[in-house]
Design a protein around this ligand. Structure first.
Ligand SMILES: NC(=O)c1ccc[n+]([C@@H]2O[C@H](COP(=O)([O-])OP(=O)(O)OC[C@H]3O[C@@H](n4cnc5c(N)ncnc54)[C@H](OP(=O)(O)O)[C@@H]3O)[C@@H](O)[C@H]2O)c1
Length: 214
């Protein structure tokens, strides 16, 4: 699949590296061409370019910039993103005296803000629940079980593209409903990050009923 990545930092490198290793055609786009070239070279991406160039390249476009910058950025690229799958991995979290809190600008989720900024694109919330380093595992699996990647999408083709991006790096897609439910993925990230910072292992808090003795 052709994948454009907006951003040259930790998530761009980690997911871009995983997708490149899986054989996808990845272009890293940045506002700083030196950093875009450096990141693309480091992860073995097919190419690098401007933000607009990466947006125009991708059948799927990963948005890997700070949440506070994301709506304005995609709004400016709305023409290029029209008809494309836009994968939103951002976490709109801010540290406060009450701990890590969500700041979604008065909308239920950052993903909904993005969808409003690019109404002709297909926004999907995904890849926001793990630290960037997890995507450098080949494959990401724990105790022999592939990592599940929850995602929220409204559009069926965008959901199918997201499932390809997830399964091609050895993970298991976990569909969680439409974009209206992206708020739950964002809130889950805020909760999980707070637990990690407190030295806890959030994944041990979610055993399924199937794990209880009958
Ligand atoms: N890191 C994680 O473990 C992790 C996990 C899950 C989700 N996320 C989410 O993923 C997103 C990216 O995180 P990251 O860790 O990759 O951040 P990062 O390493 O700080 O990289 C951020 C990237 O965004 C670019 N950027 C910042 N403002 C921009 C703007 N206005 N226009 C265009 N590009 C801009 C930066 O470009 P310059 O280099 O030019 O400044 C840089 O390439 C965030 O929303 C974060 O919440 C991160």
């Amino acid at each position: 699949m052709r994948i454009g990545i907006l951003g040259t930092g930790g998530m761009a490198a980690a997911l871009g590296g995983a997708w490149s290793a899986a054989g996808h055609d990845v272009v890293i786009g940045g506002r700083n061409q030196g950093r875009a070239e450096q990141t693309a070279g480091r992860i073995g991406a097919a190419g690098h370019g401007s933000l607009a160039g990466a947006a125009a390249h991708g059948d799927a476009v990963l948005l890997a910039v700070p949440a506070a910058e994301a709506p304005h950025l995609v709004g400016g690229l709305a023409g290029k993103l029209s008809g494309r799958t836009v994968i939103d991995c951002t976490n709109p979290v801010v540290p406060t005296s009450d701990g890590l809190m969500l700041d979604t600008g008065g909308v239920t989720s950052l993903a909904r803000q993005l969808a409003a900024a690019v109404p002709d694109a297909h926004v999907v919330k995904a890849f926001n629940l793990c630290h960037a380093s997890i995507w450098t595992l080949r494959p990401p699996a724990f105790e022999g079980v592939p990592l599940a990647v929850p995602y929220c999408a409204d559009d069926a083709e965008a959901a199918a593209a997201t499932e390809t991006l997830i399964s091609s790096i050895g993970c298991t897609p976990a569909p969680c409903g439409g974009l209206a439910r992206a708020a739950y993925l964002e809130a889950t990230a805020a909760l999980a990050i707070g637990l990690w910072w407190a030295g806890q292992q959030p994944r041990t808090a979610f055993p399924s009923l199937a794990e209880t003795p009958v």
